[in-house]
Design a binder for this molecule. Structure first.
Ligand code: NAP
Length: 347
């Protein structure tokens, strides 16, 4: 069976990456692409790298244009998806790359986003530990999926094994992330001009205000933490794509080195797209460019009494579009890794 697909936000970064991956998916026909201010333009006017899709024109994003497809991807600014999702009752599967359906708590939504609260959908991070299982069990057969925040899934995947195994104290997690500016989207923002970010590292949302904090806390509660606390500091660095998250937490009393490393090995040893590097090795963002891979290094700092996990992710691939398509594959009963690669682009 071939599934017809519509991708909204197709002129943006997340929509463009969804299309790049779907273009090589053998079970998918990309039928419709939509945008907002750029509707009416050829898709390749905004995504010139998508040569196999040069026949497509950007349509306006309306419920009428999006309806009638087997699968609809929404890659819109947060707060915009709800108006369409409510009208897409006939679509078998809708996947939202935005935040509108990620949070289960209305209080968290009001505190970090504001505006209308929409019902939570199945969270699109298959490898996340949830109780005694993984999130992929919930994704099989799902009809409404909320793809993750890129920083959020990177940090949640980094810490969930330690939380679930009880070898870290989730009450004192500290994470500092080097992030590329594509994480903030393609629309013009003066603080993301080349002249503002080249040759400098710029922290933002310091001090507990970043919108991905409640999403991480929600994921770590699902992994077994009673009251996870996270100090979260992103720093924009001059690389177009990529996240390097350095996350640490205190070692739980009595946990041995073997138990600590064993927790991450047990969680990810069988996974394709989340890989723990051998002891002593650390990942680079360059290793995961264009790959659906979260690559992790783990160190045990006994002097500081902390476990340190460094994780590299391509924010647009494993951080967004790859997670969305991996989740789509599970929802449709297709092989989970179809159209996704673990291999990055180098140098
Ligand atoms: N960038 C990432 O790394 C990343 C990671 C995880 C999740 N996400 C999420 O993915 C979503 C899209 O992010 P992005 O980075 O792709 O942003 P972007 O590059 O700014 O693209 C936004 C897209 O939405 C369209 N759009 C803007 N306002 C709209 C409206 N009112 N109605 C319909 N369409 C509208 C734009 O169309 P025009 O160009 O025609 O105006 C464009 O196609 C966001 O919710 C973001 O949080 C992004």
């Amino acid at each position: 069976m071939t599934y017809s697909v519509a991708v909204s936000g197709a002129s943006g970064y997340a929509g463009g990456e969804i299309l790049r991956l779907l273009a090589d998916h053998p079970d998918i026909e990309i039928r419709t692409v939509t945008a907002h201010s750029n509707a009416g333009d050829p898709l390749v006017a905004h995504q010139p790298h998508l040569r196999s899709l040069r026949h497509l024109e950007l349509q306006p994003t309306t419920p009428e244009v999006l309806s009638g497809h087997d699968v609809v991807f929404l890659a819109l600014p947060h707060g915009q998806s709800g108006q369409y999702t409510d009208a897409l009752g006939d679509a078998g599967l809708v996947i939202d790359a935005g935040a509108d359906h990620r949070l289960t708590s209305r209080e968290d939504w009001d505190a970090f986003y504001g505006g209308d609260f929409h019902e939570p959908w199945t969270y699109g991070v298959p490898e996340l530990i949830v109780g005694d299982a993984k999130q992929r069990d919930a994704l099989r057969g799902a009809t409404r999926i909320a793809a993750p925040g890129c920083n959020a899934s990177t940090v949640s995947l980094s810490m969930a094994p330690g939380v679930a195994a009880g070898v870290i104290d989730a009450g004192d997690i500290v994470t500092v992330l080097a992030v590329g500016p594509s994480g903030a989207g393609k629309s013009l923002k003066s603080h993301l001009l080349g002249s503002e970010i080249l040759g400098t590292a710029n922290p933002y949302a310091v001090g507990g205000t970043h919108r991905h904090i409640p999403e991480i806390r929600q994921a770590l509660r699902a992994a077994g933490a009673a009251d996870p606390r996270i100090s979260f500091t992103p720093v924009i660095v001059p690389m177009a794509r990529g996240i390097l998250a350095t996350t640490s937490a205190p070692i739980a009393a009595g946990a041995t080195d073997a138990e600590i490393r064993g927790a991450w090995e047990a969680a990810y040893g069988e996974e394709t797209f989340v890989q723990l590097l051998p002891q002593g090795q650390m990942p680079r963002t360059a290793d995961v460019l264009g790959a659906n891979t979260a690559l992790m290094g783990l160190a045990i700092d006994r002097a500081a009494n902390r476990v340190v996990v460094v994780t590299a992710v391509d924010n647009l691939t494993k951080g967004t579009a790859g997670a969305a398509i991996q989740s789509m594959n599970l929802a449709l009963g297709l092989p989970e890794g179809r159209a996704l690669t673990v291999n990055g682009v180098a140098p």
